[in-house]
Ligand binder design. Sequence first.
Ligand code: SF4
Length: 474
Amino acid sequence: MQELNEKGAFVKLFPQFSEDDCDYLINNSAILKIPSGTALCREGEYGDTSFAIMNGVVEISINAEGHDNLTLAMLEEGNIFGEMAALSGQPRNATVTAKDELTVLEIPSNTLMELMKKSPGFNDTIESLYSERAVKSCLRKVPFFTKLSQSALEQLEERVKLITYKQGDIIFNEGDTGDSLYIIRSGFVKVSKRQEDKEKIVAYISHGNYFGEMALLEDEKRSATISAFTKTEVIQFLKDDFNELLKMNPEISELIRDSVIDRKLNTFEVLRDSEKAERLEAIVERGIIQADSLLIIDLKRCINCDNCVKSCESRHGYPRLDRKGTRLAEISVPVACRVCHDPLCLTCNFDAIKRAPTGEVHIIDDNCIGVSGCAIRCPYNVIKMVSTKSDSGSKWFDIIGTLMRKKQETKTDEEDQGKPKINRKRLAIKCDNCMGFSDTACTNNCPTHAIKWVNPIEYFGDNEDIISKRKKYQ
Ligand code: SF4
């Protein structure tokens, strides 16, 4: 009876679904009762589930420049939220709070994606919601739009388009005719120019920034090639809409003109200074800008005591950190999780690798069956597969084997009921930024403070930061 009631509610919520789709949803989602005032999603946190409102009302709000808790919408029964983070793997764009007692259906991302494949109607609904919400929240976070009125922003929303590029896609080529300006919603783009028959990286531009403005302002051909360094979502403004916006808002025009001068100066410097060009190339090509959080060792301070590795090993039973990483002048980037903006390791059919709301990527030991998919996908060799048997003679394998056996032994029969027994020979191990601890062992045990976590864009400077720092020191 209960099941029939649920099915009836689902049919009302998802009129596009066949009975088969409803059964799939019932078997792969959970109904939750949420007290009033609870935040189901928090802006900036990661989450891999979406929600359908069965009863009650939620408030969607964001923190935009100059506006804390700006309410974007109120949603009631029949609406879906949380789908953007669940589908993109990016942090939540907005905070969603229950305004009264709420009943929601929590839908895991795998289930959502499967249903989008099964039902073209549902796929269209979710894609159009995604696009509409991505544009709405992104435009309100771009600093030069903060002075625009709500109605001006709403008119803009109608005219722009969200486009997704795959890693490596060319967005436009040097010499093309410019017809649009782009704002990056998520991801990074690489800016390169031809010099003596070679393609040279002159900048990278990260999410929240824009590109393509030079050709529009100066009515020239594109001055550089722009390609997606990772999967990248951009909001496209067509030339006529952009020019109309500038006519009505001369202060935006001034800001953009200033940045054109700065960007030209930056390109000029990179092209004539080979050291700077090499450093920039290394930062981009070695994936350093991909990191949301990067472990670095300042080699001027490091005394090679190896305490960082030893303390990691003593905390986790296995050293998850390898000091032999990549090097950039006096800085070494050891092999440790980079907390990538768009982690390639996160696809696992067994749900054995997850991203915590706070961003750490971690292995769920109980789900890992040792097939190595995540280790193969990680481009930075952060994930190691270790044997759970002691036949290799290595002490690490013995330790892992003992840890796994202890874990198995402490499980109750009840916990094991209904779960297939995993006869695992190998287990994935990775740095998870000491998730669950109040510090990271490596940084806390370094006697010279040589090893530390940094935000690479702040530390190495992205295009815009390099420019502002240079100005400060002139
Ligand atoms: S603990 Fe600090 S000083 Fe010692 S090896 Fe590690 S980074 Fe270098």
